[in-house]
Design a protein around this ligand. Structure first.
Ligand code: NDP
Length: 501
């Protein structure tokens, strides 16, 4: 075993030569921002009845981008009434093939305006443009395309059962993938014949509002989609509104628990996609260079603001030192800075509040005795930034091994046997995702059967596809989004009475 590791060490490349990249900024000019945005209710942008607005800023510069309406109780009433009216007057009875046309149009409009969406997503949320351009926007369009395909095939999707829409869906989404989460929520709900009230996160409302423009453009009947901005209080109003039939939430486990309490006994359907503390397990026979890329993608993608991030790295003992050297080398080459620069790997932390949370947890790691490593890199003077960070000497009881940091921070632990890897990987209140790196197919299957996680990636990480269901166990929530499974939470399935929709 040691020989094998030594052979690998000899083959390892010496430290990569320094590469300087000229700046390659994406132009922000194609984004036309308004100073102030209203709420999107019944097909129109309207002033909030609350009379209140709040600012949304660019976390990379701390500059204000726009003022956005804050929906209060009266606004939520109006949005739910518009959704109910649209459902009863048209949407629920529209044949699936007609609903599909609107979804296809939304998908195509997203593609046509993809650069605009990508730049705006990056400006409002701080994520690197190469991620919003190559991941968020294409996947959002793919979701609409995918569910457009199901809209007229519901009877085939659920044989011998009639698929009936539920009514009005109240959907609350987070700030880490604002447009993509809107697509994950809207596409299956609309395909299934429901209408929607969607509440984007306070720090990232702008792409949802641009999506509202697209919805106007494609002539979706007024009231089918209502997008109301605001903070957590607005989200709570949507969740608790008696006119809402189904609640879908993505965000923190803490808020997920409070939502579960709020809907208990109301008869509302509920799906929760919450936090995670995924184990990324690397065996000693893994292709190490590939694994290093997977580890980096697993935890530093989107600044680690990813519910399924591979935030706990479990490394088999014989390769620990060697893998650590490679990982440290790779971290030195990550480019942190202007999210609009096409070369940037790590952008800005989404908000000051999130930065404080990351800092606090990282301090706890140091205080509890883990060893911290951060590459040398210059951070911009303004904005919210955090260096890619890794910890070694982490024990399972450390907060950094148990709590969701939701930042670019990796906790590394070791294991000796596959049984120990499973034990450690499952030692978490969460169960959203996991990764396995090994040459052996049989070991991948053995691990996949034992890991208690909704999604398991093998020799890759953070891969998404609209046809693949996504969701968790335990405190990561319940219900699935994506794929055929993602339609079920938006449908009542009753014994078939004949006839096709
Ligand atoms: P939240 O769970 O508070 O935010 C998610 C969404 O829920 C936002 O739209 C938020 O509104 C809204 N919301 C907040 N409170 C309520 C409520 N009582 N009822 C209904 N909706 C509500 O996450 P945070 O932004 O506070 O982030 C805190 C931590 O949560 C992060 O550090 C991270 O660990 C985790 N998180 C996990 C996510 C995931 O995908 N699993 C996503 C985001 C965060 P608003 O933001 O406008 O106040």
């Amino acid at each position: 075993m040691t020989d094998k590791v030594e052979r690998r060490a000899q083959q390892a490349p010496t430290r990569a030569a320094a590469w300087d990249y000229a700046s390659a900024p994406e132009s922000a000019e194609l984004v036309k921002l308004s100073d102030e945005y209203g709420l999107f209710i019944d097909g129109q942008f309207v002033e909030p009845k609350s009379g209140k607005h709040f600012a949304t800023i660019n976390p990379a510069t701390e500059e204000k981008l726009a003022e956005v309406g804050e929906a209060g109780p009266e606004d939520v009433d109006l949005a739910v009434a518009a959704a109910r009216g649209a459902w009863e007057s048209s949407w629920r009875d529209l044949p699936g093939r007609e609903r599909a046309k609107y979804l296809f149009r939304i998908a195509r409009a997203l593609q046509e305006r993809s650069r605009e969406f990508a730049v705006l997503e990056t400006m409002d949320g701080g994520k690197p443009i190469k991620e919003s351009r190559d991941v968020d926007v294409p996947l959002a369009a793919a979701h609409f395309f995918y569910y457009a395909g199901w809209a007229d095939k519901l009877d085939y999707a659920f044989p011998n059962r009639e698929a009936r829409p539920l009514g009005v869906a109240g959907q609350v989404i987070p700030w880490n993938f604002p447009l993509l989460m809107a697509a994950w929520k809207l596409a299956p709900a609309l395909a299934a014949g429901n209408t929607v009230v969607l509440k984007p996160a306070e720090t990232t409302p702008l792409t949802a509002l641009l999506l509202a423009e697209v919805i106007q453009e494609v002539d979706l009947p007024p009231g089918v989609v209502n997008i109301i901005t605001g903070a957590g209080e607005t989200g709570a109003l949507v969740v608790e509104h008696p006119g809402v039939d189904k609640v879908a939430f993505t965000g923190s486990t803490e808020v997920g628990k409070s939502i579960r309490r709020a809907v208990a006994g109301t008869g509302k359907r509920l799906t929760l996609e919450l936090g995670g503390k995924a184990a990324n397990v690397v065996f000693d026979d893994a292709p190490l260079d590939q694994a290093v890329e997977g580890i980096v993608n697993g935890i530093y993608f989107n600044q680690g603001h990813v519910c399924c991030a591979g935030s706990r790295l479990l490394v088999q003992e014989p390769i620990f030192e060697h893998l650590l050297d490679k990982l440290k080398d790779r971290l030195q080459t990550l480019r942190v800075g202007d999210p609009l620069d096409k070369n940037t790997d790590l952008g800005a932390i989404n908000s000051k509040q999130q930065l404080r949370k990351i800092e606090e947890l990282v301090e706890s790691g140091v205080e509890e005795g883990a060893q911290i490593y951060q590459p040398e890199c210059r951070l911009p003077e303004r904005g919210f930034w955090f260096r890619p960070t890794l910890f070694t000497g982490v024990s399972q009881s450390h907060r950094i091994a148990r709590e969701e940091i939701f930042g670019p921070v990796l906790s590394i632990l070791t294991f000796r046997t596959p049984e120990e890897a499973v034990e450690k990987a499952n030692n978490t209140p969460y169960g959203l995702s996991a990764g396995v790196w090994t040459e052996k197919g049989s070991r991948i299957l053995w691990m996949a059967q034992r890991l208690r996680a909704g999604v398991i990636w093998a020799n890759t990480f953070n891969r998404f596809d609209p046809s693949s269901p996504f969701g968790g166990y335990k405190e990561s929530g319940f219900g699935r989004e994506g794929g055929l499974h993602g339609l079920e939470p938006y449908l009542e399935l009753v014994p078939a009475s004949g006839g096709r929709r």
